[in-house]
Design a protein. Structure first.
Length: 443
């Protein structure tokens, strides 16, 4: 199947500069055809000079922006039920809202409905790949993998490990959890685009024995990911210190269990110190920064500058249902505000890179997703530059279409799009070259 997509193409060839925006690493190709064959990107060329022949199906999105599909590196499938729940910090929020919602996923029908709704929602927000928390239930995790396989999406997920400090119906034990994980790995790990992650909720809800078992799983199975939460909330940090007095820090609890490596994704990492950041760099583990969740739950302000100075990777995540939107554009707009409160101005290139190529690199998947390079799978999202009259006017200002105001540079235009945009700007999502949400137009 040969498909040609016409749009303004934006992606990254390298890590953009921090601080003041420059065009380093930014590749912008206005009004180009992107050529997709057999689900993979095979080339691109200016619409002025390249005319795809009659054997190419054409989707003409001219005047729109086309980026690699977003990668959400930390999000909870069962928590669509509790997004936007009032009045609680992390530990209360888990008890009051989240655990009861996750208990419902013991019912296979609830789990199948939930998985379908969740993946449809990701695609409708322009997110084509994700690192996802399921629930403690094996069957619910099967449902999520099965739904992802139907979409042909790149999904990293696993059954949540919790053998203490969790309510009835959400606790496992070391031996049973190990059996469940092995069976899920045998069924799904490396099947199509599905990949398994040893999924530790957080150090509070796993015994040292369970953490050690999760570390073993990672050593036993090539390519296995590890995902968890770390240093999100000060009460949580205190609790972990009391539970693991032998550990130097919260992050060190995971290190001692052999859980930090290049496929380890740790959400939040707000309350880390310089030792922790050096450990992240040395092990290749990375932080999934979740700004809307951190603001909503009142957890704290992530220090991206310190992460950068320490040389460890940072990706961007919605963390729904602690986060308040699956939109990675909204998430990036929140990231800008968090850094502004820390006295740093995040540029749009760094932000968008962290949600595309940067995330793919942090996950070891840049050969497959995250940019528009030849040979990668055509996981793409096409966006309107604006939605509604206010954003439309702002975009006209950036383009120099408002008399008396000078045209602005590309960064200014993209920053305004990123700050004002959300899923209403989405025109179409493609997974491996197949339309997966939205619609096309043109011949
Ligand atoms: N820490 C442990 N569990 C969770 C969760 O579900 N969401 C968030 N944001 N933090 C957690
Ligand atoms: Zn989370």
């Amino acid at each position: 199947m040969k498909l040609a997509l016409r749009a303004d193409l934006l992606d990254f060839t390298a890590t953009p500069s921090w601080g003041s925006p420059t065009m380093d690493g930014v590749r912008f190709r206005p009004d180009h055809w992107l050529l997709v064959d057999g689900g993979r990107i095979v080339g691109a060329g200016p619409a002025a000079t390249l005319a795809p022949g009659p054997d190419w199906q054409r989707h003409d999105h001219r005047g729109r922006l086309l980026l690699p599909g977003f990668i959400d590196t930390h999000v909870h499938c069962p928590q669509l039920d509790v997004i936007a729940s009032w009045g609680a910090g992390l530990l209360d929020w888990l008890e009051t809202y989240t655990f009861p919602a996750e208990q419902r996923f013991v019912d296979p029908d609830v789990a199948a409905d939930g998985a379908a709704r969740f993946l449809d929602a990701l695609l409708a927000h322009g997110t084509t790949a994700a690192v996802v928390f399921s629930t403690v239930h094996s069957a619910a995790t099967d449902a999520l993998f099965a739904a992802a396989q139907q979409h042909g999406m790149r999904l990293v997920t696993g059954k949540v490990l919790m053998d203490r400090h969790a309510p009835d119906g959400l606790r496992d034990d070391v031996a049973g959890a190990e059996r469940d994980c092995e069976a899920l790995i045998a069924r799904w790990h490396g099947q199509g685009r599905n990949t398994y992650a040893a999924t530790i909720r957080f150090a509070v809800t796993s015994t040292p024995e369970q953490l050690a078992m999760a570390g073993e799983l990672g050593r036993r199975h090539a390519g296995l990911y590890m995902q968890t939460h770390v240093a999100e909330n000060l009460d949580e940090v205190k609790w972990v210190a009391a539970l693991f007095p032998e550990a130097r820090s919260y992050l060190d609890v995971y290190h001692r269990a052999g859980l930090l490596h290049e496929r380890a994704v740790l959400a939040h990492g707000i309350w880390l110190d310089a030792h922790d950041r050096a450990l992240l760099r040395e092990t290749g583990a990375h932080i999934a920064h979740s700004p809307s969740s951190n603001l909503f739950l009142g957890s704290g302000l992530f220090d991206w500058q310190a992460a950068r100075d320490a040389g460890h990777r940072v990706s961007i995540a919605s963390d729904v249902g602690g986060g308040t939107s699956l939109s990675m554009l909204r998430t990036l707009a929140e990231a800008y505000k968090v850094q502004a409160l820390r006295g740093t101005r995040l540029n749009a290139w760094t932000a968008l890179h962290a949600a595309t190529r940067g995330a793919a690199e942090a996950l070891g998947l840049a050969h497959e997703i995250g940019h528009l390079g030849t040979g990668t799978l055509a996981d793409l999202a096409v966006w309107d530059w604006s939605h509604g009259p206010v954003a439309g006017h702002r975009d006209a200002v950036a383009r120099g279409a408002v008399p008396g105001l000078p045209a602005q540079d590309l960064h200014a235009r993209v920053f305004a799009w990123m700050t004002l945009g959300d899923e209403r700007n989405l025109a179409a999502t493609y997974v491996a070259g197949r339309l997966a949400a939205g619609s096309t137009r043109g011949p």
